[in-house]
Design a binder for this molecule. Structure first.
Ligand code: HEM
Length: 536
């Protein structure tokens, strides 16, 4: 009887403690608005992350409750560029939050994206940064050109439709743009491609495996403490391993083999990224883990920027026309190398740059919340002019979509793809204001790549790919979406999973569309006009 009373007392005490803690947590961030349930549980956040539309839901929340709002008991989300910069700045007291632990791809080993320990992150970043620069990676531009040439040849040989010869074809742009970026990143990272473009298929089942892992990515992103379970033997066995025949494990195996080739008496030598990392003392194990991270960090992000830019340019004829006019005139005046434009030349073409920036803005490739943590002193956060206190340990995630669609920064038509917004309207007294408007947009769009001590190391590689691939594709091909009413399926899970992005591709004639029309006119038989109003 006594022991039953003690047990009951213990249950009641535990329950009271739980209620006390929950109420305290609820009030700690009450000043920040948000869905009512977010103060009590993480289920709303889980449902949102799993909805496939986290970007749009977070944006609705920020618009309704303020630029920094609550999405879980100890979690806020922000669309405020100022706060994002403050948290990521070099000497900021904010640190990476536990959220980053979900980016650990290996059961034991962390990687540059998953280190929560600031010292370890800074140390590995210092050793890796030089390898990403063109100075230490002498093959970078040549590697990108080689893969782009293969990409263009694949489209040319396999996917160009010729309806006049009754050759009808379509191609899923999301699939082939991923093949391009995956082969670029493997060549840049290991000196050898995976072979996606050579085979025109996913040789390792990597993309398929990534899609299967999405539910785990979503759950771990919300319940980060569950990542500790990965250390359990049963869970370890289920994780990808470098001995796997397919999927992420097969990619790990490929990375392990390429790294191994750089060590030992017959070591392969190549002045590239891997070589730069080895020179800075990175061990074989560190390299295996880091190179795998490069693949996941550098492929989907760039592929989505490329396919979305192509999609928006090709579905807006005046934009396509203006872009082609800019590039064709640069070709005529000898300002552009053929067959592939150089990165430096592409950076001199204002309208091309505007199209690329607008593509990144309207579809910021990374939508993962990349949560930073409030320092032990707590922090005052300004929300639309009102100062609010965030207690120590609060995680603050990033709403990239909301930030890049902010009408105050990008204009009332921020929902529309309009590269012209990036061009300074010159002349008149308002020129200074114009310069500031565009500068503010520039400073915001670069946040697509993160900022400060967490900023993307692959930015130079990604922009080089975009600078070349967008224009070289458009110079050679017309791209027509097969279904403008539903151009693609989309699931947003921290990045975009696009499927069925089907396009008809035809060869672009040298003289532009005119050549195509005149040919057509030559052999045409008038099929007559549609019947007009019915006769009563
Ligand atoms: C358009 C393409 C890309 C976008 C938008 C992008 C964006 C980002 C973002 C938002 C972050 C994290 C910032 C944070 O934690 O606050 C990041 C980190 C990183 N990215 Fe990228 N990225 C792109 C392409 C690439 C490429 C091609 C590579 C590799 C060649 C790469 C390598 C990395 C690495 C290594 C990090 C970790 C940096 C660190 O933790 O210090 N990224 N990127």
């Amino acid at each position: 009887m006594l022991s039953a009373t003690v047990a009951l007392g213990a249950v009641v005490a535990l329950l009271a403690l739980y209620v006390y803690k929950s109420v305290r947590t609820y009030y700690a961030l009450k000043a920040f608005g948000g869905h009512w349930s977010c103060g009590w549980s993480r289920l709303w956040m889980l449902r949102t992350q799993g909805s496939g539309q986290m970007n749009k839901i977070f944006t609705e929340i920020n618009l309704k409750y303020g630029s920094t709002a609550r999405i879980a008991p100890k979690f806020l989300v922000t669309s405020d560029p100022e706060l994002f910069r403050r948290m990521s700045a070099v000497r900021s007291p904010f640190t990476r939050g536990p959220w980053y632990a979900a980016l650990k791809l290996h059961p034991e080993r962390d990687n540059i994206t998953s280190y929560v320990d600031e010292g370890k992150h800074a140390e590995i970043r210092n050793r890796m940064a030089p390898g990403y620069s063109g100075k230490e990676n002498l093959h970078l531009e040549q590697d990108v050109d080689e893969q782009l040439t293969k990409f263009l040849a694949l489209v040319e040989s396999k996917y160009v439709a010729k309806p006049e010869q009754e050759i009808y074809k379509t191609v899923d742009l999301s699939r082939i743009t991923s093949y391009f970026t995956l082969d670029v990143i493997s060549k840049v990272a290991f000196g050898q491609t995976f072979g996606f473009l050579d085979k025109d298929e996913d040789p390792f089942g990597y993309l398929e495996n990534l899609a299967q892992m999405l539910p785990a990515i979503i759950v771990f992103g919300v319940y980060t403490e569950l990542t500790k379970l990965l250390k359990m033997p049963a869970m370890k066995a289920a994780l990808p391993k470098s001995t796997d025949k397919r999927g992420l494990g097969r990619v790990m195996g490929f990375a392990r083999d390429r790294v191994q080739e750089r060590f030992g008496p017959k070591a392969v030598r190549r002045q590239d990224m891997l070589d730069s990392f080895i020179k800075r003392g990175m061990s074989q194990e560190e390299l295996e883990s880091e190179t795998l991270t490069q693949i996941t960090a550098g492929s989907d992000s760039t592929a989505s920027a490329l396919r979305m830019t192509l999609h928006f340019v090709c579905t807006s004829p005046p934009i396509l026309e203006r872009l082609l006019a800019e590039v064709n005139s640069a070709i005529e005046t000898g300002k552009i190398s053929r067959p592939i434009i150089t990165d430096a030349q592409a950076r001199q073409l204002p309208y091309l740059q505007a199209c690329i920036k607008e593509g990144l803005r309207i579809y910021p490739p990374v939508t993962g919340v990349m949560a930073k943590q409030v320092p032990p002193t707590g922090a005052m956060i300004e929300v639309d002019g009102v100062e609010k206190f965030a207690p120590p340990g609060t995680q603050i995630g990033w709403n990239s979509w909301g930030m890049m669609h902010d009408q105050e920064i990008f204009g009332a038509d921020a929902e529309i793809y309009r590269p012209e917004r990036w061009l300074v309207r010159d002349g008149g007294e308002e020129e200074e204001e114009e310069v500031q408007r565009v500068q503010r947009m520039n400073e915001t769009v670069t946040l697509c790549f993160g900022y400060g001590r967490f900023g993307c190391l692959g930015r130079g590689v990604a922009t080089m790919e975009l600078n070349k691939a967008v224009i070289e594709t458009l110079l050679r091909f017309n791209l027509q979406s097969c279904n403008l009413a539903k151009p693609f399926n989309e699931k947003v899970v921290g990045f975009y999973v696009h499927t069925d992005m089907n396009f008809v591709i035809t060869a672009r004639k040298q003289e532009g569309e005119k050549a195509g029309f005149s040919q057509l006119r030559g052999g045409i038989v008038d099929a007559g006009a549609l019947a007009g109003a019915p006769e009563e």
